[in-house]
Structure formats: structure tokens, C-alpha cells
Design a protein around this ligand. Structure first.
Ligand SMILES: Cc1cc2nc3c(=O)[nH]c(=O)nc-3n(C[C@H](O)[C@H](O)[C@H](O)COP(=O)(O)O)c2cc1C
Length: 396
């Protein structure tokens, strides 16, 4: 619960995306934040204050002229850890950039010296207008942080255009990252690999494995929540990109190697949670091999060993995974040594609830110079946090 005990003001201006702000208010509250919602008069036309009051358990403010909160705009500018504006209309951005203070939300934004996170949302023509672009640049220069807008279906129709507000979960992740501030992960560059790789026999047939990528995605999500800048090198899979994570998609082990090699140059942490194919056809056919009677023998060659080949910068904390069947402790320890890892995560593919395609895992964390720690069966997100605790220990 990274927002537990934090005070957040959620400013909502009058765009169609207001309905998503209800989910955001709920998400922030559920995570333990105290959430004060301020609506512009237009926003109150879209969603009634009582909805936000029920979700946050706190009164909603709209007017500068509330009798019992006469200086709310000054108090709420200073007190909260974070002010989020979601959605931010074109009009709100214009008023913010001009330094106007003609309602409670803009007065608060003008009096605010702490962080502001803004999620614009509008029609694509309004977004592309030079006035909006100039306002965005002005506000960025003044230190406002932005999340989105994204390309997607707008209220007017299904075609994909820029201007759509980021999803509440993405805004939540950006807020968490901003508030993580100067913790041990702040400013750290983290590269995580996830999922399987695929090696083609011919254009329509592949060698692969059932890895879903869940463990790597959970690690990426957990590292973002701690304030790191995270790039995920992901093999083929169906999982949605975790909010706040940059993704480089790859297909083969050689592609994964190239991506990791390029990204690791500036990395503080490298976590190799992917299950890349260890072998590939020695010769891939360029056209589909027809079905034939009798046996077909396929010659395989080893794929490049990513950990053995990438040159890691000095001090880059490196975590590897060892997926074994049966007692793999000795093999994992050997891998820790030969691959020059700081930590290796051993899991058993045959154990129920562990390994591929499930949302849980049972792992043993073997860190250099320390006794192995065998964890109970946990959700992969919880396993991710335990692994990151180990990485954090290696920082110091
Ligand atoms: C149905 C409807 C949807 C709207 N959606 C948006 C929107 O997504 N983004 C936006 O910038 N303006 C939108 N507007 C226009 C704003 O509501 C209008 O500019 C208003 O003055 C914004 O006021 P505020 O910024 O003080 O909340 C919409 C208006 C209507 C009637």
C-alpha cells in the first residue's frame, strides 16, 4: 500500500472522462490515501458530488465560497502530498497556463508549490490545437507532471485518436511513482525480462515454452511501485503492459539478447525472469514445410546464453532465475557463481502452484553470501516484492 497515510487532492474538470475519476478516487482511497475531491462546476454536471463522497468518505468541494472552508484553496494547496488533475480539460490547461484562479481548483493550482500530476483528456482536434500544445509546454516547464493522454477510442467514436485519458490504474501508478520520491529505488534504472521466446522452424511453426511472463510482469510492476524507471523486455504473450512500464517486445532469444545488451548499459538492476528458448533449429525453412509421411529429424543448435554474453556495468545488481525439476539447489548455486549473479531465484516447475502459467509461485531466494530463503506459496506479485527486498539489500 504505497499511498497509505498520504494525502491526495483529486481535481476533476469537466470532461467526459470524469466517470473514470470515480475509479481513480476509489483506487487511491483503497490504497490508504486520504482523498479530497475538488470538482469544477462543469465536472459537477457530469458526476454528482455524492458519488465521490461515497467513494472517499470525505466532503467534496466545488466552490471557492464554501462558508466553512473559506480558505480551502490555500490549505489544500499546501497540505497534500500530491495534487492530481484527472481529467484535465483543454479549458483547465488553458486556465492553469494563464495563472487564472477563477474557481476553487485553479486557485488551488496557482497556490500550489508541491507536485501536480495531470491527466489531460479531450477531443483530438482540441488536443492538437496550437493553443493546447503551448499550454502543455508552459505547464511542463513549470514542473507539472503529465500522464497521457493516450491514443485510443474517444467519446465521439471508436477510431483510435490521441486525446484519451490514461486509465485510472495508469494514473495511480504514476502517482505512486511520484510519491515514492527519494527512496532507495528513486532514479534507479531497472531492466526486467519476461515470458518465453520463440524460435521458428519455418514461417508457421515454432519451438517455445508455456511461460506466461507473469513473474517478470509482477517484478516490473513492483519496481515501478517503488519508484524505479523500468523497462520490460517481453517475449510473446497476452499480458497487458503494467502501468508506468516501458516495454520492448521481442520474439527470439537472439532478439532478447540484443535488447538486453542495449538496455543494460545504463541499468542499476537487471532481473532475468524470462524463459528464453535454449535451442533453435540449426536451419529455419523460409517456406512452410509440407506434412510428409515418416519421421522428421530436426537438428537444433543452442541459442545465445544471454547472461553469459551481456556486459553488465559495474555495480549492476543482477538477478537470475533457475527453473528446475526436482532438487535444483546445487545447480542454482552453480549458476549463481558461474553467471556472476547477486541473487538467483530457484523454482520447481513440477511443484503445484509454482512455475509457468499460474499466478502463484514457490521460490527459494539464494543471494550471494547468504543462506537460501525458502518462501511459502505466494502470489507472484508478493514474490516480486520479496525479491526486490533482496535487491534493495544489495544496493547497500
Ligand atoms: C458532453 C461533453 C463532453 C465534454 N468533454 C470534454 C473533454 O473530454 N475534454 C475537454 O477538454 N472538454 C470537454 N468538454 C467541454 C468542457 O466541458 C468545457 O470546455 C468546460 O468549460 C470545461 O470546464 P472546466 O475546465 O472548468 O471543467 C465537454 C463538454 C460536453 C458538453
Amino acid at each position: 500500500m504505497p499511498l497509505a497515510g498520504r494525502h491526495v487532492v483529486l481535481g476533476v474538470s469537466g470532461g467526459i472522462a470524469c466517470y473514470k475519476s470515480c475509479t481513480l478516487a476509489r483506487r487511491l482511497t483503497e490504497d490508504g490515501a486520504t482523498v479530497d475531491v475538488i470538482l469544477t462546476a462543469s465536472a459537477a454536471e457530469f458526476v454528482r458530488p455524492v458519488t465521490f463522497e461515497a467513494l472517499t468518505g470525505r466532503p467534496v468541494l466545488i466552490s471557492l465560497w464554501e462558508r466553512d472552508r473559506a480558505l480551502a484553496h490555500i490549505g489544500l494547496a499546501k497540505e497534500p502530498d500530491l495534487v492530481i488533475v484527472a481529467p484535465a480539460t483543454a479549458n483547465l490547461l488553458a486556465r492553469g497556463a494563464m495563472g487564472m484562479a477563477d474557481d476553487l481548483l485553479t486557485a488551488l493550482l496557482l497556490a500550489r508549490t508541491g507536485p501536480i500530476l495531470c491527466a489531460p483528456a479531450m477531443n483530438d482536434a482540441m488536443y492538437a490545437h496550437p493553443a493546447t500544445m503551448a499550454n502543455l509546454r508552459t505547464l511542463m516547464k513549470r514542473g507539472w507532471q503529465f500522464v497521457g493522454p493516450e491514443i485510443g477510442a474517444l467519446a465521439e467514436g471508436p477510431s483510435e485518436r490521441p486525446g484519451r485519458m490514461s486509465e485510472p490504474e495508469t494514473i495511480f501508478a504514476a502517482a505512486t511513482q511520484l510519491l515514492a520520491g527519494k527512496g532507495p529505488w528513486s532514479g534507479k534504472q531497472v531492466v526486467v525480462t519476461a515470458g518465453p521466446t520463440r524460435e521458428h522452424l519455418d514461417p508457421v511453426r515454432v519451438i517455445t515454452n508455456p511461460s506466461s511472463g507473469r513473474m517478470g510482469y509482477a517484478l516490473a510492476e513492483a519496481a515501478v511501485a517503488r519508484g524505479a524507471a523500468v523497462t520490460l523486455v517481453a517475449g510473446p504473450g497476452q499480458l497487458p503492459t503494467p502501468p508506468g512500464v516501458a516495454v520492448v517486445r521481442v520474439e527470439t532469444t537472439a532478439e532478447m539478447l540484443r535488447a538486453v545488451q542495449a538496455l543494460v548499459k545504463h541499468a542499476d538492476v537487471l532481473i532475468m525472469a524470462a524463459a528464453p528458448a535454449d535451442y533453435r533449429p540449426a536451419k529455419a525453412a523460409t517456406t512452410k514445410r509440407p506434412r510428409q509421411k515418416g519421421r522428421f529429424t530436426l537438428a537444433l543448435e543452442p541459442t545465445p546464453d544471454i547472461l553469459a554474453l551481456v556486459t553488465r556495468p559495474k555495480g549492476c545488481v543482477t538477478v537470475g532465475f533457475a527453473l528446475e525439476t526436482g532438487d535444483g539447489l546445487a545447480r542454482a548455486r552453480e549458476k549463481l557463481r558461474t553467471k556472476r549473479l547477486d541473487c538467483i531465484i530457484l523454482n520447481d516447475a513440477l511443484e503445484p502452484g509454482a512455475g509457468f502459467e499460474v499466478s502463484t509461485n514457490r521460490v527459494t531466494i539464494i543471494a550471494k553470501g547468504r543462506e537460501p530463503i525458502r518462501l511459502p506459496l505466494l502470489a507472484k506479485r508478493d514474490v516480486a516484492d520479496r525479491i526486490l527486498d533482496e535487491v534493495e539489500r544489495a544496493f547497500s
